[in-house]
Design a protein around this ligand. Structure first.
Ligand SMILES: Nc1ncnc2c1ncn2[C@@H]1O[C@H](COP(=O)(O)OP(=O)(O)OP(=O)(O)O)[C@@H](O)[C@H]1O
Ligand SMILES: [Mg+2]
Length: 269
């Protein structure tokens, strides 16, 4: 069966920034949920040994018998590691702390940088009809993140609206350039999204200005505000779009989903 609306298969987006706590996981979960609200079928791959995306979507540790680790290190079929979430249309490959040893265990594997790429292109993929696959990366430029960059079509970079936000970005850009030169020439930057934005705070506005001056069109139009509902939602195992549908955070993540879909011409939002 062919589906003309998705001739190229799912768009694979890695959410990456080696800086910790900038809103990668929050963005991966809430963007995924917002895309689902817009009628998209989404798979979230938790590629962080911290497993925050899995926890945030309600996959308890005891229900993570097969994980991203099995997918990468033990060659488990994708179909066996995918789990549904409470959100219809959103599935996840969960992660546990086991994944932290993948770097070392894969050292002698010649294909170690391509494992996620190959796993996401198993022929079994065709039966799922995903529109998007989002990958939640760890706060590091390690082998896991490189796997994500090689597997992905594009990188979405959350940038916290804080002092020093742009610091470290050149290292990330350098890594992206290296991956382009060696393994994934088509890799694009999906965009840079400012997170935890506080419009009453001068510093947020300065960081935004700085980012737009230096990075131009790469900086997405949508700003994700600092919003307490966003930070509360994971403890209820829900995306903010479900936890408090009218909150500023939910509205912003819906706008982000629409902005990205518009860019991909999936649907003019
Ligand atoms: N828009 C927001 N408003 C309020 N709090 C937020 C927002 N975005 C993220 N946070 C909070 O900031 C903290 C870090 O967010 P998150 O875990 O998404 O970052 P991360 O980049 O995935 O971190 P790590 O690098 O450890 O994986 C969390 O406590 C989260 O709840
Ligand atoms: Mg995270």
């Amino acid at each position: 069966m062919t589906d003309l609306s998705r001739p190229e298969g799912p768009r694979i987006i890695a959410v990456a920034n080696q800086k910790g706590g900038v809103g990668k996981t929050t963005t991966a979960i809430n963007l995924a949920a917002a895309l689902v609200e817009l009628g998209q079928r989404v798979l979230l791959v938790d590629l962080d040994p911290q497993g925050n995306a899995s926890t945030g979507l309600g996959v308890e540790a005891e229900n993570r018998s097969l994980t991203t680790y099995d997918l990468l290190v033990d060659d488990a079929p994708l179909i066996e590691v995918i789990q549904p979430t409470a959100i219809d249309g959103l599935s996840i490959v969960p992660a546990t702390v086991d994944l932290s040893s993948a770097d070392i265990e894969l050292m002698s594997n010649e294909k170690r940088s391509f494992l996620l790429h190959d796993a996401l292109r198993q022929t079994a993929m065709d039966r799922f009809f995903w529109d998007y696959i989002l990958i939640d990366c760890p706060p590091s430029l390690n082998l896991l993140t490189v796997n994500a960059m090689i597997a992905a079509h594009a990188i979405l970079v959350p940038l916290q609206s804080e002092f020093f936000a742009l610091e470290g970005l050149s290292q990330l850009m350098l890594t992206i350039r290296e991956v382009r030169q060696t393994a994934n020439p088509e890799l694009r930057i999906e965009g840079i999204v400012l997170t935890m934005y506080d419009k009453r705070n001068n510093l947020s506005r300065l960081v935004e200005q700085d980012a737009r001056d230096n990075l131009g069109d790469l900086v997405l139009r949508t700003l994700i505000p600092r919003n307490v509902r966003v930070s509360e939602a994971p403890s209820y195992a829900m995306p903010v779009t479900a936890y408090d549908s009218n909150s500023q955070g939910a509205v912003a993540y819906r706008a982000l989903a629409a902005e990205l879909m518009e860019k991909h011409n999936k649907v003019a939002a």
